[in-house]
Design a protein around this ligand. Sequence first.
Ligand SMILES: Cc1cc2nc3c(=O)[nH]c(=O)nc-3n(C[C@H](O)[C@H](O)[C@H](O)COP(=O)(O)OP(=O)(O)OC[C@H]3O[C@@H](n4cnc5c(N)ncnc54)[C@H](O)[C@@H]3O)c2cc1C
Length: 433
Amino acid sequence: MANAWSNWSGFVKAAPKLIAAPADAGELAELVRMAPGPLRVAGAGHSFTPLVQSDGTIVSLEKIEGLVSHDAAANRARVRAGTRLGALMHILQGIGQGLPNMGDIDKQAIGGALGTATHGSGPTLGAYHTQLETVQFVDGQGKLREYSRAGDQDMIQAVGVALGAFGVLTEVTMNNAPTYRLRRRKWVLPIGDMLRDFETMMAGHRSAEFYYIPFSGYAQFIASDLSEQPTTARPTEDDEEGLATLRKLRTVLRWLPSLRRALIKGAVKKVPSEDYVQDWFNVYVSDRRTRFNEMEYHLPYEDGPKALAEIIELTEKHFPEVYFPMEIRSVAPDEFWLSPFHKRLTCSIAIHHDAANDPLAFMRAAEPIFLKYGGRPHWGKMHSLKAADFKKLYPRWDDAMAVRRDIDPENRFVSPYMAGLFGVEPGPSGTHQ
Ligand SMILES: Cc1cc2nc3c(=O)[nH]c(=O)nc-3n(C[C@H](O)[C@H](O)[C@H](O)COP(=O)(O)OP(=O)(O)OC[C@H]3O[C@@H](n4cnc5c(N)ncnc54)[C@H](O)[C@@H]3O)c2cc1C
């Protein structure tokens, strides 16, 4: 009987010949050499694109996890690539270190988060890959390789964001922060004010982001700044209750847009503000129980408000089924070759669609707006781009592809989906000999 694999949202499914969870790098190398191809590595399956899909082998690194070593003076930690971010937070806190920034959840494996340039928000804060000091991986021929920023910065920049196609990461060393505390504030404001003051509001905090609540005319702004004040209680999270209300209003009042708008606006205006101080690991992440599919595009920072205004207009005119808030963040520029933040201060706009319904019409209608502004898609979120598009969007694309060929000359990690991204032939379904 075929093995069944599916991503978090259930949109991507696979029936590989083999699903394997090697215990160490030696077993992993053997699989890379011998298992049916193409071989795709899975983190926690939280990507929305078919990055992990394979009818050959899907490898999970769930047993290759935990702390390897750390350097207290340099705030560095070497961890195995299957370590989930939730476990990593506890490991780091235990050794007096902290992740400088985080995204919305802590379910991803660090290898998976690095693989798609997963990010949080903050105009001076880079995505997780910018913390990389060393990488160790098994290449397409089953050989263990290791590179460091000090020894070979180009290789770190080439493989730091690698979509599981430049070898299977086994261990990474991350540059962390000393443990720290944040003051977190949330409040609601009219979207017109938010768009007008976008640059000052986003740049006015260490980390800032906002959600636009569709059909409300209002945004919820979230700001975090370093604090040395004593901790105070984090308010109980009500995101899921809020979503349930938005879904209900959508369902009941879908064809009564004025009433829907008035009720949502009234409810959003009553959402209480928040203001609390907590240790870093108690601030960033939330519980995401309602399943969705997502598209997120990374745009030139200054174009964010214009693009968002167009996305809001599109949604509210043509897609009454949408009820998930849109999420808007900023990310610092970096030098990594396949990073969507390559040499560009970024405004990221994410749109979501209930996983119970087909998201494609909405995503297809929104994508041209993002592309018009030169957007680069989040590698792990829905998009329709292929190699020829990426070549135009990424100045180091050809260099990255040359490194990929060196690491995986036989295309062992190239599934049909990856072949479309890279403009190469899929790898053979047999083994490497
Ligand atoms: C509820 C939810 C919230 C999210 N929030 C955010 C957010 O705040 N910010 C953001 O940027 N993204 C966010 N995402 C997207 C998510 O962070 C990325 O898609 C991420 O890559 C998922 O990590 P994963 O461990 O599940 O990896 P997977 O989805 O399993 O894999 C992602 C890629 O990494 C590769 N990979 C995995 N492990 C390794 C390894 N050991 N070596 C080499 N390659 C590897 C895979 O082959 C694949 O190409 C969210 C997704 C969900 C479902």
